[in-house]
Design a binder for this molecule. Structure first.
Ligand SMILES: [Zn+2]
Length: 89
């Protein structure tokens, strides 16, 4: 990140003490992405919070590689698969 971008006051600043004992300014990102399950609403695992990774990274690192990965959580998927299999037989 460029120094010019850090002059913006839209990023919140946090003072952190480094291992060397020096107090430095750290910059926090304000907007973070939160992917939620569309059925139960819990936060999804394996989905990055950072918008830069979501925009630029490879598709396989943005959500789990399984059916409905990045849409519904593993508990709801388990329940749906059980219901669909039991209803077909
Ligand atoms: Zn769920």
């Amino acid at each position: 990140m460029k120094v010019q971008n850090l002059k913006s006051r839209s990023k919140s600043r946090v003072l952190r003490r480094t291992p060397g004992g020096v107090i430095r300014v750290h910059y926090k990102k304000l907007r973070l992405y939160k992917a939620r399950c569309s059925i139960c609403g819990t936060l999804l695992n394996g989905v990055p919070r950072d918008y830069d990774v979501i925009r630029m990274g490879p598709k396989s690192s943005k959500r789990p590689e399984r059916p409905y990965g990045g849409q519904i959580c593993h508990r709801c998927l388990e329940m749906l698969l059980k219901v669909s299999i039991r209803s077909t037989s």
